[in-house]
Design a protein around this ligand. Structure first.
Ligand SMILES: Cc1cc2nc3c(=O)[nH]c(=O)nc-3n(C[C@H](O)[C@H](O)[C@H](O)COP(=O)(O)OP(=O)(O)OC[C@H]3O[C@@H](n4cnc5c(N)ncnc54)[C@H](O)[C@@H]3O)c2cc1C
Length: 387
């Protein structure tokens, strides 16, 4: 195995449990195994998702939806959760189906995998970067589970690679009129990038540099390649109420009519914090110190238009400290989907982030690592000669 990340370690362990007769080695370039896993979920490890709130798998896996449909049918969240519970890691489900260990400690997940590897007699060779496939010529089968890197070793092998670009990042705004409100979270916005068809919905966090939070990360995932091509410069359209102009107009009209004598500043839609409301009033050219009854229909129209489609200039991307994945990698056309084996190099398999599969936040990226690792391990277990 190349890479002692989630995919490499899980594949090694599953394989040894299914076929203790097959010797396995893991080569890891870093100082210690599972270093990234230890950081996941802000140190709590959002190790999968129940998928119960998922209605469209393509919205969860912008790349790799079809492969994941297949992989999940073989080893999905239920099988994974049973696996962890059997290993003694009690789990619970949080909002949006996100699954965490009860301990709230990613190190419990790391230690469990490492203990399993040790007991199964799988050596993890750290500080051993694999630079070329030739270095592993003594092995019958090789699994590349190197995450977002190490694709150089495939140079000259005719393996199709989709260009790698970042996914799951915040957006820097310049100018940044929302900066005075940094730290505020708006529960339900609708976001789009001018000129692109994708859009996302959910909570948005206003930050010192720009915007972040689930809706922004989701948009960065959907538009990862387009944004990279544009050098992360684009126009971001924000629908502050998560609805179109007509609905925004109707909601505003109802709100203001209900409170004719109150000051406009004090009457804001529930979803918009008061400070943001004041800023948006000024962006719409409305005074906050007039009474609701004094707002004319033209003013109301302007405000509704702004709440439905408020545009900001994006000047770059901000790395998201919570989660970050690579979009791109080994093309799914280059592998056989039941074994994740290269179509051109027999015995060479891929699992995890190194494949052109990535997801939005919520535990779906780790599920991709576990499911694809399982596919490879179970295929090798079934097909290796008895030793
Ligand atoms: C901060 C952070 C938080 C995250 N939180 C979550 C979360 O809560 N839930 C979720 O679903 N996803 C999360 N993710 C994404 C998730 O961690 C990845 O999708 C997952 O780790 C991918 O697993 P992997 O085994 O494919 O790759 P990795 O975990 O990246 O492992 C690859 C390993 O290969 C090694 N390697 C690379 N090149 C070589 C080489 N040439 N030779 C030998 N070894 C090599 C690397 O050092 C690394 O250890 C998070 C990501 C980050 C960065």
């Amino acid at each position: 195995m190349v890479g002692a990340g989630a995919a490499g370690c899980f594949a090694a362990l599953v394989l040894r449990r299914l076929r203790p007769d097959i010797p396995v080695d893991i080569f890891e370039s870093g100082n210690r195994p599972l270093a990234k896993l230890a950081l996941t979920g802000g140190g709590r490890c959002n190790l999968t998702n129940t998928f119960e709130t998922v209605t469209d798998l393509g919205k969860v896996y912008p790349r790799g939806e079809r492969l994941m449909r297949r992989a999940l049918s073989v080893f999905g969240p239920r099988e994974l959760m049973d696996w962890w519970e059997k290993e003694g890691v009690a789990l619970h489900v949080e909002d949006a189906g996100r699954v965490f260990p009860d301990s709230g400690d990613a190190m419990q997940v790391v230690r469990t995998l490492l203990r399993g590897l040790e007991r199964s007699g799988v050596p993890v060779h750290c500080r051993r970067p694999v630079r070329s496939l030739a270095e592993l010529s003594g092995y019958e089968r090789i699994l590349i589970a190197s995450g977002g890197g190490a694709l150089d070793m495939l140079a000259g092998t005719e393996t199709a690679i989709q260009p790698c670009v970042p996914s799951l990042f915040g957006l820097a705004l310049s100018p940044h009129p929302l900066r005075p409100l940094s730290g505020l979270s708006v529960p339900s916005v609708r976001l789009a990038v001018s000129g692109l068809r994708c859009q996302s919905e959910g909570a948005m966090l206003l930050t010192h540099a720009g915007v972040s939070g689930p809706a922004v990360l989701c948009l960065s995932s959907y538009a990862a390649r387009d944004l990279a091509e544009r050098g992360y410069r684009c126009e971001l359209a924000v629908g502050w109420l998560g609805c179109g102009e007509e609905e925004a107009y109707a909601r505003l009209q109802q709100l203001l009519r209900a409170h004719p004598a109150r000051l406009l500043a004090s009457v804001h839609p529930e979803a918009l914090p008061a400070r943001l409301w004041e800023l948006l009033l000024s962006r719409a050219g409305l005074r906050a110190d007039i009474r609701c009854a004094e707002v004319g229909s033209k003013g109301l129209r302007r405000l509704a238009a702004l709440l439905a489609h408020d545009v900001y200039s994006v000047s770059g991307r901000n790395r998201n400290r919570e989660e970050f994945v690579t979009c791109g990698g080994v093309s799914l056309d280059a592998v056989n989907w039941s074994s994740l084996e290269s179509k051109t190099i027999p015995g060479l398999h891929f699992a995890g982030e190194v494949l052109d599969v990535d997801a939005v936040t919520g535990g779906f990226n780790l599920q991709a690592a576990w499911s694809t690792a399982y596919l490879v391990a179970s295929f090798i277990a079934r097909n290796a000669e008895l030793i």
